[in-house]
Design a protein around this ligand. Structure first.
Ligand code: PYC
Length: 315
Protein backbone atom coordinates (compact mmCIF):
# COMPACT_ATOMS: atom_id res chain seq x y z
CA UNK A 1 0.00 0.00 0.00
CA UNK A 2 1.03 3.60 -0.50
CA UNK A 3 0.37 5.35 2.79
CA UNK A 4 1.25 8.96 2.17
CA UNK A 5 -0.20 11.52 -0.22
CA UNK A 6 1.55 11.30 -3.57
CA UNK A 7 1.98 14.54 -5.52
CA UNK A 8 3.04 14.67 -9.14
CA UNK A 9 3.85 17.17 -11.85
CA UNK A 10 3.57 16.15 -15.51
CA UNK A 11 5.51 17.72 -18.32
CA UNK A 12 6.24 16.81 -21.91
CA UNK A 13 9.45 17.21 -23.87
CA UNK A 14 8.90 17.35 -27.60
CA UNK A 15 5.64 15.45 -27.05
CA UNK A 16 7.09 12.73 -24.77
CA UNK A 17 5.62 12.85 -21.25
CA UNK A 18 7.44 12.77 -17.91
CA UNK A 19 5.53 12.28 -14.64
CA UNK A 20 7.63 13.49 -11.73
CA UNK A 21 6.86 12.35 -8.16
CA UNK A 22 7.59 15.51 -6.19
CA UNK A 23 6.47 14.28 -2.74
CA UNK A 24 5.14 11.18 -1.02
CA UNK A 25 7.51 8.83 -2.89
CA UNK A 26 9.18 5.81 -1.26
CA UNK A 27 12.15 6.23 1.08
CA UNK A 28 15.05 4.64 -0.82
CA UNK A 29 17.78 5.44 1.70
CA UNK A 30 20.87 7.56 1.13
CA UNK A 31 22.87 5.50 -1.37
CA UNK A 32 23.66 6.64 -4.89
CA UNK A 33 20.94 6.59 -7.56
CA UNK A 34 21.97 3.12 -8.83
CA UNK A 35 21.46 1.71 -5.30
CA UNK A 36 18.19 3.58 -4.92
CA UNK A 37 16.99 2.19 -8.27
CA UNK A 38 17.66 -1.37 -7.00
CA UNK A 39 15.72 -0.72 -3.78
CA UNK A 40 12.88 0.90 -5.75
CA UNK A 41 12.65 -2.12 -8.07
CA UNK A 42 12.94 -4.66 -5.23
CA UNK A 43 10.69 -3.15 -2.56
CA UNK A 44 8.56 -0.40 -4.05
CA UNK A 45 7.69 -1.46 -7.58
CA UNK A 46 4.00 -0.81 -6.82
CA UNK A 47 4.76 2.94 -6.89
CA UNK A 48 5.99 2.53 -10.48
CA UNK A 49 2.87 0.60 -11.52
CA UNK A 50 0.60 3.06 -9.70
CA UNK A 51 2.04 6.08 -11.48
CA UNK A 52 2.71 4.99 -15.05
CA UNK A 53 0.54 1.96 -15.76
CA UNK A 54 -3.02 2.21 -17.00
CA UNK A 55 -5.58 3.36 -15.96
CA UNK A 56 -3.70 6.39 -14.46
CA UNK A 57 -0.84 6.31 -16.94
CA UNK A 58 -0.12 4.64 -20.24
CA UNK A 59 2.72 2.83 -21.97
CA UNK A 60 4.13 6.15 -23.22
CA UNK A 61 4.49 7.69 -19.74
CA UNK A 62 7.98 7.91 -18.22
CA UNK A 63 8.07 8.35 -14.45
CA UNK A 64 10.74 10.26 -12.55
CA UNK A 65 11.18 9.91 -8.80
CA UNK A 66 12.71 13.12 -7.52
CA UNK A 67 15.35 12.28 -4.86
CA UNK A 68 17.63 14.18 -2.52
CA UNK A 69 21.08 14.14 -4.17
CA UNK A 70 23.97 12.30 -2.49
CA UNK A 71 26.18 15.33 -3.05
CA UNK A 72 24.51 18.49 -1.74
CA UNK A 73 26.22 20.57 -4.45
CA UNK A 74 23.95 18.83 -6.98
CA UNK A 75 20.42 20.08 -7.70
CA UNK A 76 18.64 16.72 -7.43
CA UNK A 77 18.79 12.99 -7.90
CA UNK A 78 16.37 11.05 -10.08
CA UNK A 79 15.31 7.50 -10.86
CA UNK A 80 13.43 7.03 -14.15
CA UNK A 81 10.89 4.28 -14.79
CA UNK A 82 8.21 3.24 -17.27
CA UNK A 83 5.39 0.74 -17.67
CA UNK A 84 7.75 -2.24 -17.91
CA UNK A 85 10.67 -1.31 -15.62
CA UNK A 86 13.48 1.19 -15.01
CA UNK A 87 15.76 3.36 -17.16
CA UNK A 88 19.43 4.14 -16.47
CA UNK A 89 19.07 7.60 -17.91
CA UNK A 90 16.42 9.49 -19.81
CA UNK A 91 17.24 12.56 -21.90
CA UNK A 92 13.75 13.89 -22.51
CA UNK A 93 12.98 13.12 -18.85
CA UNK A 94 15.98 15.14 -17.61
CA UNK A 95 14.93 18.13 -19.72
CA UNK A 96 11.37 17.70 -18.37
CA UNK A 97 12.70 17.41 -14.81
CA UNK A 98 14.76 20.62 -15.14
CA UNK A 99 11.71 22.55 -16.39
CA UNK A 100 9.61 21.00 -13.59
CA UNK A 101 12.16 21.98 -10.90
CA UNK A 102 12.14 25.53 -12.26
CA UNK A 103 8.33 25.55 -12.26
CA UNK A 104 8.44 24.47 -8.57
CA UNK A 105 10.86 27.32 -7.77
CA UNK A 106 13.60 24.80 -6.86
CA UNK A 107 16.21 25.85 -9.43
CA UNK A 108 17.02 29.03 -11.29
CA UNK A 109 18.05 29.45 -14.93
CA UNK A 110 21.64 28.34 -15.52
CA UNK A 111 23.75 25.25 -14.91
CA UNK A 112 22.88 22.42 -12.50
CA UNK A 113 23.96 18.82 -11.94
CA UNK A 114 21.47 15.95 -11.65
CA UNK A 115 22.46 12.53 -10.26
CA UNK A 116 21.13 9.54 -12.24
CA UNK A 117 21.67 5.78 -11.85
CA UNK A 118 24.29 5.87 -14.64
CA UNK A 119 26.16 8.99 -13.50
CA UNK A 120 25.96 12.75 -13.14
CA UNK A 121 24.32 14.78 -15.90
CA UNK A 122 24.76 18.53 -16.36
CA UNK A 123 21.66 20.56 -17.17
CA UNK A 124 21.75 24.12 -18.41
CA UNK A 125 18.31 25.68 -18.12
CA UNK A 126 18.52 28.23 -20.93
CA UNK A 127 14.99 29.62 -20.47
CA UNK A 128 11.95 28.43 -18.45
CA UNK A 129 11.11 25.93 -21.22
CA UNK A 130 14.43 25.18 -22.89
CA UNK A 131 17.27 23.12 -21.46
CA UNK A 132 20.56 21.64 -22.62
CA UNK A 133 21.75 18.41 -21.04
CA UNK A 134 25.33 17.21 -21.10
CA UNK A 135 24.79 13.50 -21.04
CA UNK A 136 26.93 10.68 -19.67
CA UNK A 137 29.91 9.66 -21.87
CA UNK A 138 28.56 7.91 -24.96
CA UNK A 139 30.19 5.59 -27.48
CA UNK A 140 29.66 3.15 -30.32
CA UNK A 141 30.26 -0.36 -29.07
CA UNK A 142 29.98 -2.27 -32.38
CA UNK A 143 29.49 -1.35 -36.04
CA UNK A 144 27.50 -3.22 -38.70
CA UNK A 145 26.22 -6.04 -36.52
CA UNK A 146 24.05 -8.51 -38.46
CA UNK A 147 21.05 -10.24 -36.89
CA UNK A 148 18.52 -12.63 -38.42
CA UNK A 149 15.05 -11.34 -37.66
CA UNK A 150 11.93 -13.49 -37.71
CA UNK A 151 9.68 -12.50 -40.65
CA UNK A 152 12.16 -9.88 -41.90
CA UNK A 153 15.51 -11.52 -42.67
CA UNK A 154 18.96 -10.10 -42.00
CA UNK A 155 19.08 -6.64 -40.41
CA UNK A 156 22.31 -4.69 -39.93
CA UNK A 157 22.84 -2.03 -37.29
CA UNK A 158 25.26 -0.41 -34.87
CA UNK A 159 25.22 -0.94 -31.10
CA UNK A 160 25.82 2.23 -29.10
CA UNK A 161 25.53 3.53 -25.53
CA UNK A 162 23.91 6.90 -24.81
CA UNK A 163 22.85 6.22 -21.21
CA UNK A 164 20.79 3.24 -22.44
CA UNK A 165 21.71 0.58 -25.04
CA UNK A 166 20.57 1.19 -28.63
CA UNK A 167 20.57 -0.74 -31.92
CA UNK A 168 20.69 1.86 -34.72
CA UNK A 169 19.45 0.88 -38.18
CA UNK A 170 19.77 2.88 -41.41
CA UNK A 171 18.72 0.38 -44.06
CA UNK A 172 15.29 -0.85 -43.02
CA UNK A 173 13.26 -0.01 -46.13
CA UNK A 174 10.39 1.49 -44.11
CA UNK A 175 8.74 4.89 -44.34
CA UNK A 176 9.24 6.91 -41.15
CA UNK A 177 5.79 8.45 -41.13
CA UNK A 178 3.22 8.74 -38.36
CA UNK A 179 0.62 6.68 -40.21
CA UNK A 180 3.17 3.87 -40.45
CA UNK A 181 3.78 3.65 -36.68
CA UNK A 182 2.17 0.20 -36.16
CA UNK A 183 4.55 -1.26 -38.78
CA UNK A 184 7.55 0.55 -37.26
CA UNK A 185 6.67 -0.80 -33.79
CA UNK A 186 6.26 -4.33 -35.14
CA UNK A 187 9.58 -4.21 -37.05
CA UNK A 188 11.49 -2.77 -34.09
CA UNK A 189 10.02 -5.27 -31.60
CA UNK A 190 11.05 -8.12 -33.89
CA UNK A 191 14.59 -6.77 -34.11
CA UNK A 192 14.81 -6.41 -30.32
CA UNK A 193 13.54 -9.98 -29.82
CA UNK A 194 16.04 -11.27 -32.38
CA UNK A 195 18.95 -9.47 -30.69
CA UNK A 196 17.92 -10.96 -27.37
CA UNK A 197 17.53 -14.48 -28.80
CA UNK A 198 20.94 -14.24 -30.53
CA UNK A 199 22.45 -12.95 -27.24
CA UNK A 200 23.68 -9.83 -28.99
CA UNK A 201 24.21 -7.26 -26.24
CA UNK A 202 26.01 -4.07 -25.32
CA UNK A 203 29.13 -4.04 -23.16
CA UNK A 204 29.01 -6.26 -20.03
CA UNK A 205 25.96 -8.11 -21.42
CA UNK A 206 23.96 -4.86 -21.44
CA UNK A 207 20.47 -5.66 -22.70
CA UNK A 208 19.64 -3.68 -25.86
CA UNK A 209 16.16 -2.41 -25.05
CA UNK A 210 15.94 0.56 -27.46
CA UNK A 211 15.79 0.26 -31.27
CA UNK A 212 16.32 3.29 -33.52
CA UNK A 213 15.45 3.60 -37.20
CA UNK A 214 16.76 6.51 -39.26
CA UNK A 215 15.78 8.24 -42.50
CA UNK A 216 16.41 11.46 -44.37
CA UNK A 217 14.24 14.25 -42.91
CA UNK A 218 11.17 15.35 -44.87
CA UNK A 219 12.46 18.94 -44.72
CA UNK A 220 16.29 19.30 -44.56
CA UNK A 221 15.84 22.89 -43.29
CA UNK A 222 14.30 21.50 -40.10
CA UNK A 223 16.62 18.60 -39.30
CA UNK A 224 19.63 16.53 -40.39
CA UNK A 225 17.86 13.24 -39.79
CA UNK A 226 14.54 11.76 -38.79
CA UNK A 227 14.17 8.85 -36.43
CA UNK A 228 11.76 6.39 -34.90
CA UNK A 229 12.72 5.09 -31.45
CA UNK A 230 11.22 2.01 -29.81
CA UNK A 231 11.46 2.24 -26.01
CA UNK A 232 11.38 -0.72 -23.59
CA UNK A 233 7.98 -2.40 -23.90
CA UNK A 234 6.21 -1.45 -27.10
CA UNK A 235 5.94 2.31 -26.66
CA UNK A 236 7.69 4.60 -29.10
CA UNK A 237 9.33 7.87 -28.17
CA UNK A 238 7.37 10.94 -29.23
CA UNK A 239 10.53 13.01 -28.73
CA UNK A 240 13.75 12.37 -30.71
CA UNK A 241 15.00 10.54 -27.55
CA UNK A 242 17.85 12.20 -25.66
CA UNK A 243 19.82 9.03 -24.98
CA UNK A 244 19.07 7.80 -28.53
CA UNK A 245 20.31 11.05 -30.06
CA UNK A 246 23.43 10.68 -27.87
CA UNK A 247 23.99 7.18 -29.26
CA UNK A 248 23.50 8.52 -32.79
CA UNK A 249 26.03 11.33 -32.22
CA UNK A 250 28.55 8.75 -30.96
CA UNK A 251 28.11 6.69 -34.16
CA UNK A 252 28.40 9.78 -36.40
CA UNK A 253 31.63 10.76 -34.63
CA UNK A 254 33.02 7.23 -34.91
CA UNK A 255 32.31 7.38 -38.69
CA UNK A 256 34.07 10.76 -38.99
CA UNK A 257 30.72 12.35 -39.97
CA UNK A 258 30.44 14.77 -37.01
CA UNK A 259 33.06 17.05 -35.48
CA UNK A 260 33.06 18.48 -31.93
CA UNK A 261 30.84 21.57 -31.77
CA UNK A 262 29.01 20.78 -35.02
CA UNK A 263 25.19 20.94 -34.65
CA UNK A 264 23.10 17.87 -35.48
CA UNK A 265 19.32 18.30 -35.48
CA UNK A 266 17.44 15.05 -34.83
CA UNK A 267 13.71 14.96 -35.59
CA UNK A 268 11.24 12.59 -33.95
CA UNK A 269 8.51 10.63 -35.67
CA UNK A 270 6.00 13.34 -34.63
CA UNK A 271 8.24 16.16 -35.89
CA UNK A 272 9.76 17.52 -32.65
CA UNK A 273 13.48 18.33 -32.82
CA UNK A 274 16.46 18.02 -30.45
CA UNK A 275 19.63 19.93 -31.22
CA UNK A 276 22.68 17.75 -30.56
CA UNK A 277 26.42 18.35 -30.51
CA UNK A 278 29.45 16.71 -28.92
CA UNK A 279 32.63 17.60 -27.10
CA UNK A 280 35.58 15.34 -26.36
CA UNK A 281 36.80 15.50 -22.75
CA UNK A 282 39.58 13.33 -21.38
CA UNK A 283 39.14 11.06 -24.39
CA UNK A 284 35.38 10.63 -23.79
CA UNK A 285 32.56 11.80 -26.01
CA UNK A 286 30.08 13.99 -24.13
CA UNK A 287 26.80 14.62 -25.99
CA UNK A 288 24.93 17.88 -25.52
CA UNK A 289 21.19 17.72 -26.24
CA UNK A 290 18.94 20.77 -26.30
CA UNK A 291 15.16 20.49 -26.19
CA UNK A 292 11.95 22.17 -25.01
CA UNK A 293 9.62 21.00 -22.25
CA UNK A 294 6.37 22.28 -20.78
CA UNK A 295 4.61 21.52 -17.51
CA UNK A 296 1.03 20.46 -18.22
CA UNK A 297 -0.39 18.97 -15.00
CA UNK A 298 -0.08 19.21 -11.19
CA UNK A 299 -1.99 16.56 -9.31
CA UNK A 300 -2.50 14.53 -6.14
CA UNK A 301 -2.91 10.80 -6.65
CA UNK A 302 -6.18 9.43 -5.24
CA UNK A 303 -6.48 5.86 -3.89
CA UNK A 304 -10.05 4.66 -3.60
CA UNK A 305 -10.10 1.47 -1.47
CA UNK A 306 -12.93 0.18 -3.68
CA UNK A 307 -10.88 0.60 -6.84
CA UNK A 308 -9.39 -2.79 -7.83
CA UNK A 309 -6.95 -1.01 -10.15
CA UNK A 310 -5.85 1.84 -7.86
CA UNK A 311 -2.28 0.46 -8.05
CA UNK A 312 -2.38 0.08 -11.84
CA UNK A 313 -3.06 -2.76 -14.23
CA UNK A 314 0.02 -5.01 -14.27
CA UNK A 315 1.75 -4.56 -17.69
O1 PYC B 1 14.89 10.74 -24.05
O2 PYC B 1 16.47 9.37 -23.40
C1 PYC B 1 15.29 9.62 -23.68
C2 PYC B 1 14.28 8.55 -23.53
C3 PYC B 1 14.48 7.24 -23.20
C4 PYC B 1 13.23 6.62 -23.20
C5 PYC B 1 12.29 7.56 -23.53
N1 PYC B 1 12.95 8.74 -23.73
Amino acid sequence: MIASELKIIDSHTGGEPTRTIISGGPDLGEGDMAERLSIFARDFDHYRRTLVNEPRGSEVMVGALLCEPVNPKNAAGVVFFNNVGYLGMCGHGTIGLAVTLYNMGKISLGRHTIETPVGEVEVNLISPNRAAIENVPSYRFAKDVAVDVNGIGQVIGDIAWGGNWFFLIKNHGLLLKQDNIPQLVDYSCRVRDALSEAKITGKNDGYIDHIELFAEPANPDEANSQSFVLCPGSAYDRSPCGTGTSAKLACLYADGALQPGQIWRQQSIIGSVFEGSISIREGQLIPRIVGEAFVNLRATVVFDPNDPYCHGIPA
